[in-house]
Design a protein around this ligand. Structure first.
Ligand code: BG6
Length: 494
């Protein structure tokens, strides 16, 4: 018997992502059964009103798989509990509701073993309430586990706004929940193409021997978006690009690209390796941050509703990091993300070293030799490309780069599932491999905090304005050139 309680039930995430993901899991017959989904929010509603609202939003957001009959089969398992996060009575009544739903199920249940109950509490509230929800759950006895009952808590990002607040939040949560009960979500880890990085590296033999400083010249990880900040200004003004995209998504991708091979696909083995590589990243001093980062702001950002006129919040950032271990010593890792860019493109570029000697270069070649490049396109056009040099036919020895191209769409049928499907299912089944552990989140803040501090201090140049729809601040290109590098930019063809 599974119960999933969503705090912040009337919010955007619930209607756009969580319920459509649960619906799709139900459709694919992967949703654990029996299950009750309970929405918890202050807005007064009853089950019927909430189900009707969700019917409309799920129709809109579940993709073209939506079918009203299947929805009607799922809807009776969806309930609503009007409650106030600040009021302990709301949690006592929630506990009573869960007992009652499980009791009814147990009386009606025929084929399933309903003596076991698995409860998952999903915190999709405003982040300042995470600590108090965890506390109230504990006070109401809802964090307690037994041989018949599991209790898990899923926490949305952002997990803190710096190291100190993340540590405080961890401490607050750990007063009620053991670490093994806590699932810190980063939706990038549920993306199929991000998981495929692990498969590419650890299910193939051809990449591992060259996956190190001897062959790789630099790594570029980009998460560019064409969307603007829009209605999210009140959050974004306090976050900015570093907290919003670097501390979580970009560093998580970086761990998948650079960690040592875990021995098993399990939560401990994977997360141990991720923490190890994060701990090997050299933190940047103020002086180093000035040299190793650039920031920008799209020109119309200050006109967004809720943005301060003289706002210095960065909507674009690029950072050069080094991983001080045997595999990666002296290999620069460039992370970059921006809003209002020419296109949406999340990609990993592995630039290999140039051949040590060229017998072609001085003779007939019309291009200098390039190192090979492996391009992992994570979204929106999911695929992998290998760039390598080829002889141009019918020339003496002219050469130029060519591509080997793999595309998920051509090789597999069906839509890519939304990352919340995978992550919700894993959390319900108690698999924390794709969730961040407390030490992982804190280590990531240890890397980001000093950079943010320098950006907020007086020494850093103001963020350079860039036009929306461009490739970002021109300074970012010059900065890259100063290291003898170029960004590899590609607007994916979907
Ligand atoms: C969120 C950020 O975590 O990720 C947003 O808060 C960003 O600012 C979003 O737009 C990007 O996610 P995706 O899945 O669209 O790449």
């Amino acid at each position: 018997m599974h119960s999933l309680v969503i705090f912040g039930a009337s919010g955007d995430l619930t209607s756009r992502k969580l319920i459509p993901a649960l619906y799709n899991l139900f459709l694919k017959k992967r949703l654990p059964q029996p299950i009750h989904i309970v929405g918890f929010s202050r807005t007064p509603m009853d089950d019927e009103i909430w189900r009707n609202k969700l019917l409309e939003t799920t129709r809109q957001f579940a993709g073209n798989t939506f079918c009203e009959n299947s929805w009607n089969a799922l809807a009776p398992f969806i309930h609503y509990h009007t409650g106030d996060i600040g009021n302990p009575d709301s949690f006592t009544s929630l506990a009573a509701l869960l007992d009652q739903l499980e009791q009814n199920q147990s009386e009606n249940g025929k084929q399933t073993d309903v003596t076991e109950s698995h409860r998952l509490f999903y915190l999709s509230t405003a982040p300042q309430f995470y600590g108090s929800v965890a506390e109230q759950l504990g006070v109401a006895g809802l964090s307690t586990e037994s041989s018949e009952r599991t209790s898990r808590i899923v926490i949305e990002k952002p997990f803190g706004t710096d190291l100190e607040s993340a540590q405080n939040l961890n401490e607050k949560i750990h007063r009620q929940f053991k670490e093994s009960q806590v699932y810190r979500i980063d939706h990038y880890l549920g993306k199929e193409t991000v998981n495929n990085v692990l498969v590419l590296r650890f299910a193939n033999t051809i990449f591992e021997p060259i996956w190190n400083r001897n062959y790789i010249q630099n790594i570029q990880i980009t998460a560019n978006e064409d969307i603007l900040v829009g209605r999210r200004a009140s959050y974004y003004e306090t976050a900015g690009i570093l907290r919003d995209m670097f501390q979580n998504h970009l560093l998580q991708i970086l761990t998948f690209v650079t960690m040592e091979p875990p021995a098993r696909f399990d939560a401990k083995a994977i997360r141990d390796e991720k923490v190890k590589v994060l701990q090997s990243i050299r933190p940047l001093t103020e002086e180093e941050t000035l040299q190793n980062s650039v920031r920008g702001q799209y020109r119309s950002y200050r006109d967004e509703p809720g943005v301060a006129k003289g706002s210095q919040t960065a909507t674009y950032g690029a950072v050069r990091l080094f991983i001080d271990n045997w595999r990666w010593k002296d290999v620069p890792v460039f992370l970059r993300s921006g809003k209002g860019m020419a296109c949406r493109s999340t990609q990993i570029v592995i630039n290999f070293r140039q051949p040590p000697h060229s017998m072609f270069a001085d003779k007939a070649s019309n291009l200098p030799l390039q190192g090979n490049r492996l391009l992992l396109q994570l979204q929106p056009a999911e695929g992998i490309q290998v760039h390598f040099m080829t002889k141009i036919p019918d020339t003496d020895m002219k050469i130029r780069p060519s591509e080997l191209n793999f595309n998920f769409k051509n090789s597999f049928s069906g839509e890519m599932p939304d990352s919340y499907e995978r992550l919700l299912l894993d959390a319900m089944n108690g698999d924390a491999s794709l969730f961040a552990r407390s030490d992982e989140v804190e280590t990531a803040w240890r890397i980001i905090d000093p950079i943010q501090k320098t950006w907020d201090g007086g020494k850093m140049q103001d963020p350079e304005f860039y036009e929306t729809g461009s490739t970002g601040p021109t300074q970012a290109d010059r900065w890259m050139e100063s290291f003898g590098q170029n960004w590899f930019d590609l607007c994916p063809i979907v």
